[in-house]
Design a protein around this ligand. Structure first.
Ligand code: NAD
Length: 355
């Protein structure tokens, strides 16, 4: 019998081409007066554009965000926010920049106004991560959930093709695992299926024409839905493997998600038939795992761990780490099957067809 718990997270979403122009009004709505604007060094000019739009409401720009939020960068950003008397953080960028904003919010409880420019989804989750001495610690805290998110598809046009595709597959991974999460519920499952559908339709169009704003909007809309699923329900094997490969072997985030996803889905195939049916329907494919693999391959994304920097000699250790601590997953975690999954991903073998 149907039974579930659904808890909505409180965030305000402003979506649409050109919506960045509302940033001053949105900041005012938060009751904030002095924003510290964060970006990566590569996106300093985006941060400066935001600073100009904010005018007097901008206190400073800190364009030093890097992948995985090193504790030293987090401390420097917290100190800068304090020095400038910032009462709000504005992040413009991908998951790395949003993550740095979260580190400030965790320390000081000031609100975040997030302007995402990739499909990573961090802007709608209460999940933070900080890396200290090579170890990335993650946690959940309501204070780090951005209070307002401005999704402007125009800001995603500059994403290079490879980031567009891998970031899109990263977003789909949140939705796929949300469909078979232990705490899945009808609302997040609706969001997940629609998110996968929007990205599966949008990604081929943006690869064909990167400045197609309608298609960019479809992808960003899908990414929002997928990120919301990530923020609302627990993840499983796929995210555990990607966390292991990124954290212990330094593999790039979105690319790792792209390569692993079809294999994690194949692993869970028989144990999560309803989720697989939804993924198939969203992709309009005959099989979930090979459908995801074919989508990534057709879009020119990496399909092997070898391609993205994994060493074959590290696969055993990766399997050991991935099975060391128990976590929820539709199919029991079996060391030998996980090792085989990693081997398949290393060589990029096409899974299935499984149905
Ligand atoms: P990223 O933020 O590291 O960005 C990658 C590069 O692309 C950066 O140089 C960035 O400046 C650039 N970039 C971003 N948007 C661009 C654009 N529109 N045009 C041109 N260049 C652009 O990559 P990501 O995949 O968005 O984020 C990955 C990080 O986010 C990882 O550390 C991951 O763990 C974290 N993450 C966290 C959550 C969460 O809920 N806490 C969710 C997803 C990802």
């Amino acid at each position: 019998m149907l039974s579930f718990v659904y808890q909505a997270l409180p965030s305000r979403i402003v979506f649409g081409a050109g919506s960045l122009a509302t940033i001053g009004a949105e900041m005012e709505r938060l009751g904030a007066r002095r924003a510290l604007v964060l970006a990566t060094p590569e996106q300093r000019s985006d941060a400066q554009r935001v600073a100009e739009l904010l005018g007097e409401r901008h206190a400073g720009v800190f364009a030093e965000a890097v992948m995985h939020v090193p504790i030293e960068t987090a401390r420097a950003a917290v100190a800068e926010a304090k020095r400038l008397g910032a009462d709000c953080v504005v992040t413009i960028g991908g998951g790395s920049t949003t993550g740095l904003g979260k580190a400030i919010a965790l320390e000081s409880s000031i609100p975040i106004l997030a302007v995402p420019t990739t499909y990573a989804g961090s802007e709608v989750t209460p999940i933070y991560g900080i890396t200290e001495s090579g170890l990335k610690k993650t946690g959940r805290d309501a204070r780090v959930l951005p209070r307002t998110v401005i999704y402007d598809p125009q800001l995603t046009v500059s994403m290079p093709k490879q980031l567009t595709v891998t970031s899109g597959m990263n977003a789909m991974a949140h939705a796929v695992e949300g469909l078979y999460a232990v705490d899945a519920n009808p609302i997040t499952s609706l969001m997940a299926e629609e998110g996968i559908r929007a990205l599966a339709v949008g990604l081929p169009r943006v690869v064909a024409q990167p400045d197609d704003i309608d298609a960019r909007a479809d992808c960003l809309y899908g990414a929002w839905l997928c990120g919301t699923v990530l923020g609302a329900v627990g993840m499983a094997l796929h995210h555990k493997l990607c966390h292991t490969l990124g954290g212990s072997f330094n593999l790039p985030h979105a690319e790792t998600h792209t390569v692993i996803l079809p294999h994690a889905v194949a692993y869970n195939h028989a144990a999560a038939p309803d989720a697989m049916a939804r993924v198939r329907r969203a992709l309009r494919a005959n099989d979930a795992a090979s459908g995801l693999y074919d989508l990534a391959a057709t879009l020119g994304a990496p399909t092997t761990l070898a391609q993205i920097g994994m060493r074959e000699t590290d696969l055993d250790r990766a399997a050991d780490i991935a099975v060391a601590a128990p976590y929820p997953n539709p199919r029991a975690i079996e060391r030998s099957a996980i090792r085989q999954l990693l081997d398949d991903a290393f060589y990029g073998r096409r899974p299935g067809p499984l149905s």
